[in-house]
Design a protein around this ligand. Structure first.
Ligand code: TYD
Ligand code: MG
Length: 451
């Protein structure tokens, strides 16, 4: 066992070093920013100033383009999001809320990697070997060959990775991993950073790819591991409502690929399975004849995907009316309701309003505004919207409807899924076989929707 090293506490804001932990940084006065780390001994550098480094520089044209052959995880959607597979020597952080399916995804990947002859070590810090085994029995893959290591000490994980010659190391999760050279409990920022740094050094030195699981809190930040985002090569988020079947895998940072691609999965009784036609899956079970539902086309990564938005406005009881939004930011809903009320003359102030995006999808683009307001108006007027229509438009504070980027791609997907009409901003310029119904302002909604 390595001798215990001296710790220092560094301010995450200003970088000031403190010998002891304190609630407030002496350097910048910020509270609760001190993070434990191992004190660095001043290193003797090979060669003083002025001496050339041991490695001569190379011309970029002399660097062969296939220096980094990728390791396919066997899960096409995961490979796609990673930019074509795992890069040897890289560190990938997979973040997601508890229960979303991170362990399932990585066990499936581990099974396929192992089946393809890539030695894979799965360090399980959150579950016993028996629990991993139970999960392995559920998934469609044969995970029998995967090496499972019930271990939380980072150095022991690294030692086993070296000993087994694993090409891929899964650490589930980085929050349970620790080193006893730091005093902090597993999961605190200092531990998480130090463990990730050691795994990173191991990955770079050995050429193994490391996949770290990081839990994200409801607010959307990777607790603790948020500070890892700039250390690791790739950050992938696994999103989706744990109660609905669909999951979206999204790269938010990728040193080896674009961050535009998403992978869409469905959680089944036999693990995660890729969704070939996400629009059809998200619209399955839609009751187009009822009031308060509208369809819009989002762009997930580079793919247009149709989703359904449901709204229900009901007479409020006593007190402040409720506003409940699932899959849509509360603030956005508040803005849209205010615009409908003030600019459109639709009274919502004494109604409870519930908005739900089906499939567990989260609306981030303003392009879906028009669908949200159309669903709200449909609910409040109790008139169903045309079943074969999609809604594309951003709603401005003046009540004006603005065109959205990528309208033609969204319309092409709508057409593919059998939609015949599109309500779009008056200024949208697109050609296609879908009938366009221009909407200039929210006041047009009532009249246009009745048409
Ligand atoms: P899990 O991978 O344990 O999530 P995480 O590691 O992100 O916390 O997945 C948890 C959920 O997935 C759990 O509620 C059970 C469900 N599940 C299935 O529905 N089917 C399956 O085949 C498996 C393995 C899990
Ligand atoms: Mg897990």
């Amino acid at each position: 066992m390595a001798a215990k090293q001296r710790s220092v506490y560094r301010c995450a804001e200003c970088g000031a070093e403190h010998p002891k932990w304190a609630g407030r940084c002496d350097g910048c006065g910020a509270w609760n920013t001190l993070v434990e780390e191992i004190a660095q001994q001043p290193r003797k550098r090979g060669g003083g100033t002025g001496q050339p480094s041991a490695q001569p520089p190379v011309r970029l044209t002399d660097v062969s383009p296939d220096r980094t052959p990728r390791i396919s995880t066997g899960l096409a959607e995961l490979d796609y999001v990673l930019g074509g597979g795992l890069v040897p020597g890289s560190l990938v952080l997979i973040g997601g809320e508890p229960g979303v399916g991170k362990s399932t995804l990585l066990l499936q990947a581990a099974a396929r990697l192992q089946a393809a002859g890539v030695t894979t070590l799965y360090a399980a810090g959150e579950e016993s070997v028996d629990q991993v085994r139970l999960r392995a029995d559920r998934i469609a893959e044969d995970a029998g060959g995967v090496l499972v290591l019930p271990e939380v000490r980072v150095d022991a994980i690294i030692a086993q990775a070296a000993q087994t010659g694993a090409r891929v190391v899964v650490v589930d999760s980085i929050q349970t991993t620790y080193t006893d050279e730091l005093d902090g409990a597993p999961g605190n920022v200092g531990q998480v950073r130090e463990c990730a740094a050691r795994l990173m050094r191991y990955a770079k030195a050995s050429g193994a790819a490391a996949l770290l699981v990081g839990h994200v809190t409801r607010g959307g930040i990777i607790a603790g591991p948020k500070t890892l985002e700039h250390m690791v090569d790739t950050v992938v988020y696994f999103e989706g409502d744990p109660h609905s079947g669909f999951r979206i895998l999204r790269a938010v940072k990728n040193r080896f690929g674009s961050v535009d691609e998403v992978g869409i999965f469905e959680m089944t009784s036999a693990g995660l399975s890729p969704v070939a036609n996400p629009s059809a899956a998200f619209l399955a079970g839609r009751n187009a004849d009822s009031a308060g539902t509208a369809v819009t086309a989002l762009i997930e990564g580079t793919r247009p995907v149709l989703i359904e938005i449901q709204a229900l406005a009901a007479k409020a009881g006593f007190g402040t009316p409720q506003r409940v939004a699932t899959g849509l930011e509360h603030k956005r809903l508040a803005v849209l309701l205010a615009v409908l009320e003030r600019r459109g003359g639709f009274p919502f102030h004494d109604l409870d309003v519930f908005v739900n995006v089906t499939g567990g999808v989260r609306l981030i683009e303003p392009a879906s505004d028009l669908a949200v307001v159309a669903a709200l108006v449909s609910s409040v007027t109790d008139r169903p919207l045309p079943a074969d229509a999609v809604f594309l438009g951003e709603v401005g504070l003046g009540g004006e409807i603005r065109p959205v980027a990528g309208t033609d791609r969204r319309l092409a997907e709508a057409e593919r899924q059998g939609f015949r009409r599109a309500y779009v901003a008056a200024r949208s310029k697109v050609a296609g076989r879908v009938e366009l119904i221009p909407i200039a302002h929210v006041t047009d909604l009532g009249a246009r929707l009745a048409a």
